[in-house]
Write a protein that binds this ligand. Structure first.
Ligand code: SAM
Length: 286
């Protein structure tokens, strides 16, 4: 049976209001608080207890739809002072690196905490995220963003330049979102459990090439490089066509697994002159 309680807003929950102009606002419902825009204000008390999906109006009569934001909505609205990772990349990374409930994941750098948010959400209350960042102003914002969502207690924020190393061992996955991941492959290996995942996102192909060389040197195997292209369509039934603009490039994704030296030799491609063509996304014939 569906839980009736989930159908109505409650104090403490994260809510989203979407205006007729598609402006989106995400905030926590707090008794006695006020949501304010230049289109007027709405008292939170008037929103608490309404069914999700309701139409509401500001004191000036401007209409809004009241929704529970998805994780993608939250990530896109992340307050930022760095480049952030986007849902199209994050979704695929989480699946590929097997990041789910109970997992222990290490990342660097925290940046504005967009990816940290997705990691904390995915590992659940039984998992843990360790997030390194060298700049205190970025760490502060990332912490604030996670705190606002009630996810900060799943994250251990560490203010450190990772050239000084990681403290952890036996983690399930390491993700590096910084310009020079090739410099940290050895220490990522030391932090990972055998078989663990190492991933990175890089904006240019020359950075990927440098990273690939370092991965092979440190016995990472099952290396894959890909990019995610996402094209939206105008949802008009009788004139269905792509939207005029798209985000053409965010970054290249690189994934690999930490294996022992004898296993890495087995897997190494190119021994017979050709590179391994098969990827983890290929369907096996029935
Ligand atoms: C692109 S941002 C990360 C964005 C983040 N993944 C997000 O989704 O919000 C890269 C971050 O790495 C940090 N960084 C770069 N080199 C670092 C290092 N050696 N140690 C720790 N943090 C570093 C930068 O300060 C910056 O905040």
């Amino acid at each position: 049976m569906p839980d009736e309680k989930n159908a109505f807003t409650r104090a403490g929950e994260i809510a989203q209001l979407i205006s007729a102009q598609n402006k989106r606002f995400i905030f926590r419902l707090v008794e006695g608080a006020k949501f304010e825009t230049h289109r007027g204000y709405i008292n939170h008390n008037d929103l608490i207890g309404l069914p999700w999906g309701s139409r509401v109006a500001s004191h000036m009569g401007s209409p809004f739809v009241l929704l529970q934001p998805s994780l993608a909505d939250i990530l896109i609205e992340t307050r930022r002072n760095t480049q952030i990772m986007y849902p199209k990349d994050i979704g695929f990374i989480l699946l590929t690196m097997d990041i789910g409930p109970g997992k222990v994941v290490l990342e660097a750098g925290s940046g504005s905490g967009a990816f940290t948010t997705a990691l904390a959400f995915s590992v659940g209350s039984g998992g843990k995220v360790i997030s390194y960042e060298s700049r205190s102003e970025f760490q502060h914002l990332a912490h604030k963003n996670l705190d606002r969502l009630g996810l900060a207690d799943r994250v251990e924020f560490k203010l450190r330049d990772i050239t000084e190393g990681f403290d952890e061992s036996n983690v399930d996955a390491v993700f590096l979102d910084l310009p020079n991941p090739q410099d940290f492959v050895g220490q990522a290996k030391g932090a990972l459990k055998p078989g663990g995942f190492l991933g990175s996102i890089l904006p240019t192909t020359n950075q990927v090439s440098t990273f690939l060389v370092a991965l092979r040197r440190s016995n990472f195997a099952f290396i894959e490089v890909c990019e995610i292209l996402l094209r939206y369509y105008k949802p008009v039934a009788d004139r269905l066509r792509p939207t005029d603009r798209m985000v053409a490039h965010t970054g290249y994704l690189v994934f690999s697994r930490s294996v022992l030296a004898e296993a890495a030799i087995l897997e190494k491609p190119g021994q017979d002159g050709g590179e391994a063509e098969q990827t983890s996304q290929d369907f096996q014939p029935a």
